[in-house]
Design a protein around this ligand. Structure first.
Ligand code: 4NP
Length: 174
């Protein structure tokens, strides 16, 4: 979250990519939450949102039904999403590439070209929480999806504030 990357460097839309392992639980949930926050802020024309996975096992599949159900209870739609694998070209398209855990981040760093001028971070870098990573709920109980959404909501609120402020968008806090 360095300060050098700023207002004039990127014209709208600012593009945000969330990345996890399978692109069926955490990153599509983050996409759904963030898309809703962006729309509610009236910034749908200014910020574009996508998600992808470092793995390819689920390419073309919709999000895990447990993720879709948990998100739906909170008013977030995931039905329109399909999994895809991240690739090096994403670094030319996206300004913010946001990983769910350190393994994802490490794999993204191996794909990241030297001239990438955006931000490559962990989602929870933006949250005021002791956790550094969003735990993977895929092999766990359903309450893992609730914890995942709690973390994603906290961090996404801060990420949106950060983008609004840095790109001088409406609603930015002074
Ligand atoms: P995600 O969760 O990375 O949050 O989408 C996972 C989904 C699938 C697998 C692992 C994690 N898998 O091994 O198939």
């Amino acid at each position: 979250m360095s300060g050098a990357f700023l207002v004039l460097k990127h014209s709208p839309p600012i593009k945000v990519l969330f990345v996890c392992l399978g692109n069926i639980c955490r990153s599509p949930s983050a996409q759904g939450v963030f898309e809703t926050m962006v729309a509610d802020a009236g910034l749908a024309d200014s910020i574009a949102v996508d998600s992808s996975g470092t793995g390819n096992w689920h390419v073309g599949q919709p999000p895990d039904s447990r993720a879709t159900t948990a998100a739906g209870w909170r008013g977030y739609a995931l039905d329109h999403l399909r999994a895809r694998q991240v690739h090096s070209g994403d670094f030319e398209q996206f300004h913010y590439i946001v990983a769910m855990d350190k393994q994802n981040l490490s794999e993204l760093k191996t794909l990241c070209p030297e001239n990438f001028s955006g931000e490559l971070t962990l989602l929870l870098d933006y949250a005021d929480t002791a956790l550094e990573e969003v735990p993977d709920p895929y092999y766990g109980e359903d309450d893992g999806f609730e914890q995942m959404l709690d973390l994603i909501e906290r961090a996404s609120t801060k990420l949106l504030e950060d983008i609004q402020r840095r790109h001088a968008m409406p609603g930015a806090a002074c």
